[in-house]
Structures are given as structure tokens and as C-alpha cells.
Design a protein around this ligand. Sequence first.
Ligand code: ATP
Ligand code: MG
Length: 481
Amino acid sequence: MGLFGGKKREDVLRFADSWDERRRSLSEMEEVVELVPGLVWRGLVGKRYVVVEPPIPPEDVLSEAEEYVLARVTPEDLEAMERLYDEAARRVLKKRKAKAKGERFDRAVEALKYYLRRNVEGLGPLEPIMMDPYVEDVTLPARGSKRFFVVLSGKPGWYETNIEVTEDEARLLVLKLAERVGRQVSLAKPRLEGKLPDGSRVHALFGQVASEGGTTLTIRKFVKRPGIAELISGGTITVEAAAYLWLLAEHGMSGFIVGETGSGKTTFLNALLSLLPTDRHIVTVEDTPEIYLPRHKNWTSLIGQPPGTAASGLSIADLMRDVLRMRPDYVVVGESRGVETRLLVQFINLGHTALTTFHSDTLEGVIARLTSDPINLPLERVADFKVAALLRREGGNRYVVRIAEIEYVDGDVELRDVFTRKMGELIGNPLRDSYLLREIAKKEDRHIQDIAEELLEKAERLEDMVARGAKLGPEIEARAG
Ligand SMILES: Nc1ncnc2c1ncn2[C@@H]1O[C@H](COP(=O)(O)OP(=O)(O)OP(=O)(O)O)[C@@H](O)[C@H]1O
Ligand SMILES: [Mg+2]
């Protein structure tokens, strides 16, 4: 390996020799997660969060290659970008008289390409942290070590990372974030607040205007919740029950999801919504942005001020009046607490489909609440919601324990069970017990057999999603999403 000549020619490939050593360091870490296949990992050592990236190229090599790329960049074509990185890396290394053959050269090219990709398309040194699906919060303290700190899901406290930036690098990073958020930031306008395309929230103060320590940055990462495939494979709901609820929602049946705090109501609602055809107009109203429907192009998310806050913003009930003007197919209220439920029922009567969640431990409890002060809905109107699902939390697991259809008969509201959880299994026979499936058949002038086929088809599609999800695993899903 470069026994002759290497030294004399100032061996530009030498930086890449530490590759194996870097990988070996992983064996001393816990909870290692691969962030970029074959290139980047992170692991934990006590309260430290350690990112292992490819060997770092000499500064002049990297900056020359970056300039080469930036002068020729065509951002719309990812394959072209990859070719450009390759070309830049090889050219710059060859220019420094590197022997353009063999494993050492290939590894140096790989490392250089990684850093080009990271710096040109990504957020530079912050990129690996942003790719970690377990990172929930990131902060760059102004006066401390100039290292990023992170919070990991399910773990208490902050972890100090090994990613350190200079003030210049921090400023460059904030400028990049501002561009992604669609705002401008400068020493004259030093505050950046906004949302990244993936839903993460950014706050930054640029330069030394607000802190002598310089630029400071906080990111609340958008944490991906389990999707329908994960809910099925995790045992929260069966394929059959999910297909049934999907069919009802797609065919305009309104409904609600019930459960206690942390029982997975919002997650379940989100998973169900994501199954709806992507051309439907969905308007969601919440007091904190939790619902996320990246595939739905015709989705409006409205965020209202929680009741009792002095802020000048609009409350959920205020926003409901705006929803009516938006002509949505689906009106979704993240969590119904009070009088907004009356408005929701009005929407149903105007022909929209309404979906929401209620905090309670029984379906009966919700009906009692809806019909008494201050909501006071007539029983007949309660039955405008056609279906209800009850979730229960048992330790770390969440289960759908009951799905019932709501019917108004003889001046009273009846709950007819279609699925119930018995001895650890969610069992039901919607073709036998569901009157809503028959109602859909009648309304759409279809034979019930046709509805049965649609149910089966939906179940098959769900099974397919589960099979694909299981192969990819949650980490890759999170990155792809
Ligand atoms: N079926 C599930 N399996 C595993 N984890 C879940 C499941 N559903 C939800 N979670 C997780 O549990 C937490 C609480 O979920 P979620 O916010 O959906 O509950 P919620 O009932 O809406 O709570 P709240 O009463 O606070 O509104 C989240 O971190 C979520 O990722
Ligand atoms: Mg919730």
C-alpha cells in the first residue's frame, strides 16, 4: 500500500485508511443504528450520542470537489447528481496524483461522495442526526460546547453528540434551514421560526444578535407514528377490521374513535385517514399539529388555539366556520371536547363525512356526554355518527377492543357490536352483522356481494402493505416517508 511514492507525492488517499477503525469503534457502542446503509451509523456510549461517518477528506479536496459540483448542478435529476459527485470525486483525487485504481482509491471516492451528497443536498454535519428516526429534539446551545444535543424517543434527558460546528458552519446551517422553511434570515432579521417540509419545527437565532455565544438552533423533529401496516403487525387491529373501517370511511360513513389518554386514538385516526383516496378533500382541525397526511395533496390542516389561551388566534370552534366554506369531503377534528361536536354533526347533515376522537373509556360514556350539558345533542343526531371504535392500552400495547355501529331505533340509540376483542382476539363478521354495509349497497345501488368483494380486496391490499412494511422495517419506512 503506497510503499513507494505514496509519501513523496503527499498521499491524498491516506485519509480513507481509517475506514475500518471507524467501523470497529461501533463494537464499543450500544443501540447502534445504521443511518445510511454501509456508510453512517450512530451508537450510544453512556449519555453520549456518537455518529460514525466515513473518513473525513482533507478540507481542500472536499471544497474543490464541492465547487466542481455546484458549478454544474442540475437538481431535478438525482441520478445525474450521483454521476456528478462521482465525477467530481475522481477528478479531484486524480488531480492530486492519486493512483486511480484499487480499493484505496474506491474507498476514498466513496467517502468523498458521501460528504458531497451530505453537504450539497443535505444539511451538512446535521444530516445524520436528522436521519435518525429515534431523534425527537435537536439543539445547538449558544454558549456551551457548540455541539448538538439530542433527545431520543423513549429515553429521558439530553444526549451530547460528537457533532461539533464552528459559528460559520452554524450560520450556514441556519441559512439552509431558512431556505427549506421558505423564510429569510439575516443579522438584521435574526429570528427563524417555521416548519420543514417533513413537518419538523425549527427555531433559530442567527449570529450574535441575541446571544453572545452566537447562533443557536432548536429543532423539534416530526416523529413518525405507526402507520396502518405497523398497527396491524403490532396487533392493534386485524386486517379484517381495518378493511371494514376503511370501506365505511371511504364510502362516507362518519365515525369516532374513543380511548383514554395515550391509548393511540390520534395515531389510529391518522392511519385510517391515510387510507382514503388521495384525491379527496380532507380538512383537519386540531389544537396541536399531530395528523400528517403526506400523500394527500388536497389536505388542509388548520391549527386552532386551545380554549382559555389569551392569544389572538382562532379557536377550534372559530375555525369550524371556515371549514364549511372549504367544501371538504372529510372534516376531521383531532379531538372533540365540547360544542365543536355540535358543528361536526351539522356538517354530517350537510353531506360531509366527519371523523373525530373522544376521550373516554367506553362508547356508552361518549354517548352520555354528547347528549348532556353542554353539548346536548338529540339522540337522533348522535346517530349521525355511524360507527365507533374503542381503543385500550395494556402496558406498551394498544388494542382496538370494540367496533360498533350506531343506530337510532325507536327513539333510542343502539350500539351494535360488529367486532369485539375476546380472549386476546378481535373477532367479528361484518358481512353478517353490519347494517352499514347493506346501507352502502342500497345507497350505491350495488349488490351486497359486490361490497363483500370490495371488502376482500381492501383486506388483500392491507396484507400487502403489512408484508412490504415488515420487509422494510420501521427505520427505512421512516426515512422513505
Ligand atoms: N397501536 C400502537 N402501537 C404502538 N404505539 C402506539 C400505538 N398507537 C399509538 N402509539 C404511540 O403511543 C403514543 C400515544 O399515541 P396517541 O397520541 O395516538 O394517543 P392518544 O390516545 O391520541 O393520546 P391523547 O389522549 O394524548 O390524545 C404515541 O407516542 C404513539 O406513537
Ligand atoms: Mg390524541
